[in-house]
Design a protein around this ligand. Structure first.
Ligand code: S3P
Length: 184
């Protein structure tokens, strides 16, 4: 686990990490515990675009989806008391991570490729995993993305932790970061 080291406003909590690491379930529980608003960037994009992530990828292409992500992230800078759950590829764009770090504690949820595959294998809403060998795709993408995920303020390995334990850990890290900064 990486320790908290922020020297900037911590109004919000941003969860980054690969698909299937639990960002949505953890984020919703953390938000409810802190009495924060919960926001999921994928959900905002689907609402704004008026179509599913699958449709955006299929009809407009991945670059169009990445543009949506950057636009939404820029808007988040004005937020307060919000838990932001992000799409797995969002922090690969350095501008996105830099922007999140201006107002949020960035927490990365980490999991092994095998654990990720177990969690996502019965789901069908992720275009990048519609591949002949999804586990190999997960391994490859995770290897490419690891350097970006490691730039989070806090890294939490979820492999051997229950959702409840991850939630408690994330809340603890967030409260420590806020106490240091005295943010409201
Ligand atoms: C993606 C992850 C998805 C979604 C899109 C692309 C990725 O979000 O943004 O399918 O590039 O890893 P989740 O991480 O919430 O599954």
């Amino acid at each position: 686990m990486k320790a908290v080291s922020t020297n900037r406003p911590v109004h919000n909590l941003a969860l980054i990490g690969f698909m299937g690491t639990g960002k949505s379930s953890v984020g919703q529980l953390v938000a409810s515990h802190l009495h924060f608003t919960y926001l999921d960037t994928d959900h905002v994009i689907e609402t704004r675009a008026g179509k599913s992530i699958n449709d955006i990828f299929a009809r407009d292409g991945e670059p169009a989806f990445r543009q949506w992500e950057q636009r939404i992230v820029e808007e988040l800078a004005l937020r307060k008391r919000t838990v932001i759950s992000t799409g797995g590829g969002l922090p690969v764009n350095p501008a996105n991570l830099a922007s999140l770090k201006t107002h949020a504690l960035v927490v990365c949820l980490w999991a092994s490729p095998e654990a990720i595959w177990e969690r996502v294998r019965d789901q069908s809403h992720r275009p990048l995993l519609k591949a002949p060998d999804p586990l190999a795709t997960i391994r490859e993408l995770l290897a490419v993305r690891e350097p970006f995920y490691r730039q989070a303020d806090v890294l939490v390995n979820t492999d051997l932790r229950s959702v409840r334990e991850v939630v408690q850990h994330v809340i603890h890290q967030f409260q420590m970061a806020r106490n240091v900064k005295g943010d409201a």
